[in-house]
Design a protein around this ligand. Structure first.
Ligand SMILES: O[C@H]1[C@H](O)[C@@H](O)[C@H](O)[C@@H](O)[C@H]1O
Ligand SMILES: [Fe+2]
Ligand SMILES: [Fe+2]
Length: 304
């Protein structure tokens, strides 16, 4: 059995069938083995597969699509740019994430810290010299702390799930697109055309994305003056933007720098998605390595 995975147009990414004993798996990036199914036995990101999680995930997207409006996002960005809630280190935040459950994810019901380490360790194996990618992977979902009381205890629909631009038409490729019909922006002529409030090649940094853990963590990293390269910040900020990195929608909003950074995002996504498994990482064993990266790229305490 083979599964079809969108091919990123990046030379280093290759997929090939492996030998008979691993016949259910695909090799990616010259080492990473892409499992055929998630821990529930379904193909990844199958939002229609019958499972215990299906209805909950669909209901999540219904509420998400109804409420993520241009005005809502604007308010949230203003509110959270103040970063006046908590002071803590990156590692402290990783530990906090253990208390978080993500209701949007059909592929994962493990504690979030497992997912962070599984993603980071998988990338580290295949890209040993790109330490900034290891750290990017470790922190990419930290913004999910928005669900916790000291960060405003936002509802799931305002924190997790795939993201998409607001202020222009919602692309058909977005998961459960039909629920946008209940979003007021869907009927607003200022926001419901191809470009909406944007223009061709304006650059994603000028586009407002639905509010959630991606944009929040990007703000935290940037405002606390991380020295991660621009590709790392891009990965954090757009890793849930599946319409772009999976379906090639909204490409006309990108500028040159976005096009470059998208190559890394496509690589990152394979690890973010397919490393979700029941294989546990020994946290204490890998902790010193990640602490050294945190020290290299971040201040000891950050404002959140
Ligand atoms: O359900 C998942 C989960 O919330 C991830 O953290 C996010 O990045 C994905 O885009 C989403 O599909
Ligand atoms: Fe995420
Ligand atoms: Fe993730």
């Amino acid at each position: 059995m083979t599964i079809i995975i969108d091919q990123p147009d990046f030379v280093e990414v290759v997929e090939k069938k492996v030998d008979a004993e691993q016949e259910n798996e695909l090799v990616l990036d010259g080492g990473f083995v892409v499992p055929e199914s998630n821990s529930f036995g379904h193909t990844f990101r199958d939002y229609d597969a019958e499972s215990d999680r299906k209805d909950g995930v669909e209901n999540f997207y219904r509420i998400n699509h109804i409420n993520q409006t241009y005005d809502f996002v604007k308010k949230m960005r203003e509110e959270y740019s103040r970063l006046n809630r908590v002071q803590m280190s990156i590692w402290e935040c990783c530990e906090l994430l253990n208390d978080v459950v993500d209701e949007s994810d059909p592929d994962l019901d493990e504690p979030q810290i497992e997912h962070l380490l599984q993603t980071a360790e998988a990338i580290r194996k295949d890209y040993p010299n790109e330490d900034w990618m290891h750290l990017t992977a470790l922190i990419h979902d930290l913004g999910k702390v928005l669900l916790l009381p000291s960060f405003g205890e936002l509802p799931q629909w305002a924190v997790v799930g795939d993201t998409f631009p607001v202020g222009c038409a919602f692309d058909e490729s977005i998961v459960h697109h039909k629920y946008f019909k209940e979003n007021p922006d869907y009927y607003n002529p200022a926001y419901n055309t191809k470009y909406g409030v944007y223009s061709e090649g304006c650059g994603l940094e000028n586009v407002m994305m639905s509010w959630g853990h991606d944009d929040y963590m990007y703000l935290v990293a940037k405002e606390n003056k991380t020295t991660l390269p621009s590709a790392g910040l891009f990965v954090i900020r757009y890793h849930s933007f599946y319409a772009l990195h999976r379906s090639d929608a909204y490409k006309y909003l990108m500028n040159e720098e976005d096009i470059e950074n998208l190559k890394w995002l496509k690589i990152f996504n394979k690890y973010d998605l397919y490393s979700k498994s029941k294989v546990r990482i020994d946290v204490e064993k890998v902790k010193p390595y990640y602490l050294s990266l945190i020290e290299k790229y971040f201040p000891a305490k950050l404002n959140w």
